[in-house]
Ligand binder design. Sequence first.
Ligand code: SF4
Length: 334
Amino acid sequence: MVSTYSMWSLFRNCRKAVDWRYLQQLVPLERDRNLHFGSLIHECLQLWHQRRDLAEVLALISGLCPNRLQDDNQRRDWHLATAMMRAYAERYAADDFEVIGLEHNFEGPIINPATGAASRSFVLAGKVDGIVRIGGEHFILEHKTAAQIDGDYLEKLWTDFQITIYAHYIEQTMGIPITGILYNVLVKAKLQQGKGETEEEFQERRAELLAKSKTGKTTAKRRLPESDEEFQERLTEKYADPAMFHREMLYLSRDRFDVLRSELWELTQAFLDARRRGVFYQNTAFCFNYQRPCAYFALCRSNGNPNVIENFYQRVPPNTELRVLPSDAPEPTF
Ligand code: SF4
């Protein structure tokens, strides 16, 4: 079975979620907005680092948000991505790294640390956003979009086990030593496009102002919706703030590789045991881990009711994020 670190991480957090996603192959019909924006920006960054042509990137954003005139979510994504990428291109007009490979896929064995033998049940596959060279050393490039960057956020990067284990696999499969990770963090502006008010809302607000007014008069005017140009201007001002982008370099420790490799092996053994016994227990402490319900909340709450499956979920094979197989991926250049 081709496994990914996302699967193992989910297995560690809630075994039932792994059963829903990877064995029953269910995903919610409605896609998480944050995931949509994240993958949109990843595509933009890939194109930018490949071609360094802002016009192409902006055309890509428009192509990925084709219904933005009618669809509020697409319009929000379009505005945010456009302002973000314009500012990014200006901020990083020249980079101090050389791109070696982008969106690079890998696949390698999962090794039993006690015997050195490869698992006969699983291989690990993954994809890194990029591999870059800085002053003769190689780093994994990892793009992240964040709600805000503070000390806590940067501190937590250390716990990003996925990228550490991926760095190990890149070393193994490509035969190049990886010195560390270059995190490329882009902050998502929280600004919203002004909706304006309806005639009724205006009359209500006007009546309240009149009631408070000593003269019995008010100069209040109906608030009109903010135009696309005005909103884009506000976003551009926001992205002029240097704090909206951050690059953090993290050096890898070889000891971490060993810890993570043995953890990964332990997870494979626990998975095989769960599958053999057909027991994937729930971890209800994880249901609201991201301040919103887990994607499988409706399923768990209804005990896997077939009507819930039919109306709110679809079957999608796992690991769709690995769109290009290693053998099809363009080879990085050294
Ligand atoms: S809803 Fe809770 S118990 Fe069910 S899969 Fe999600 S995290 Fe696990």
